[in-house]
Ligand binder design. Structure first.
Ligand code: 6GU
Length: 273
């Protein structure tokens, strides 16, 4: 899949600050053709902002049966991925992409987040190692990978879907991959808050109207309404995000006023009862 792409920035006059090479080491390379079905990632591959090259770990198994797993030392159920084919596959990928960061996808990894995605988008390449079976021989993680990533606190049957999540989240941060340059700056988490509500036509839908301010053409009022809506939504749904988020003086003032309004309402109800 788009194996020997030459980045546009090297082959044409169109200067491009970044190009991302994803190399995926997996036992199921066909899974990654899902990325070519549609959407932003497909377009980014076609326009050569990124390349995705799945490599089958089984191709690096030396024995006649191309064995990639074995029973765990010490007993127990399930199979463990043998270290030799994985190590050979990683060395092969690193030789071709010495500048790349090598990541193991595992539920025991560091939690993937927008901040991690932003950091990863700065590399020229990522080598994503997908574990299967009950796990991968411990000596791989000790010596051959730079970091371990998990996409959340649940267990998948393998690292492939997690690798695709990482590819998706990182691709959209590569300049040029999104329609308009600033749409990656506006979305949830990149400013530490949840995104404000969006509306499009019609003005009235099944009795629900678009907030007046958005129709006003008053850009400063719209900006303020959106910031306030983001704050309210974040307080209600993800207060944990606000604990680490730098808030402006205006944000604090708005939230104090909210707090006062809530106190007034509660006060009225408790004196009424
Ligand atoms: Cl990266 N791998 C697996 N197998 N399960 C996961 C995961 C990764 N992240 C969350 N659950």
């Amino acid at each position: 899949m788009h194996d020997n792409n030459t980045p546009k920035s090297e082959s044409s006059n169109y200067a491009r600050s970044r190009y991302m090479r994803f190399t995926v080491l997996t036992l199921f390379p066909e899974m990654f053709s899902a990325l070519l079905i549609g959407g932003i990632v497909k377009r980014a591959i076609e326009r050569q902002y990124v390349s995705v090259e799945p490599i089958n770990i089984r191709d690096f198994a030396k024995d006649r049966h191309h064995t990639v797993d074995d029973r765990p030392y010490g007993g127990g159920c399930g199979m463990v991925m043998k270290p030799e084919p994985v190590a050979e596959a990683i060395r092969h990928a690193k030789k071709r992409h010495p500048e790349a960061c090598t990541l193991l996808l595992t539920p025991q990894g560091r939690l993937f987040s927008q901040m991690v995605a932003q950091k990863l988008a700065g590399y020229a390449g990522l080598i994503l190692v997908c574990g299967r079976y009950e796990g991968i021989d411990e000596r791989i993680r000790e010596h051959l990978v730079d970091d371990e990533l998990s996409i959340g606190d649940y267990v998948l049957t393998g690292g492939e879907l997690a690798a695709m999540v990482v590819i998706d989240a990182v691709t959209r941060l590569i300049p040029g991959t999104l329609g308009s340059e600033d749409s990656a700056q506006e979305d949830s988490f990149s400013n530490g808050l949840l995104e404000y509500p969006q509306y499009t036509r019609p003005r009235s839908f099944e009795g629900a109207n678009v907030p007046e301010v958005l129709l006003s053409g008053d850009h400063s009022a719209i900006r303020q309404w959106r910031r306030h809506a983001s704050l309210i939504r974040t307080v209600l749904r993800r207060p944990d995000l606000l604990m680490v988020q730098a808030l402006t003086a205006g944000d604090i003032e708005f939230m104090k006023k909210l707090q006062q309004d809530i106190k007034t309402i509660i006060g009225k109800h408790s004196t009424a009862s």
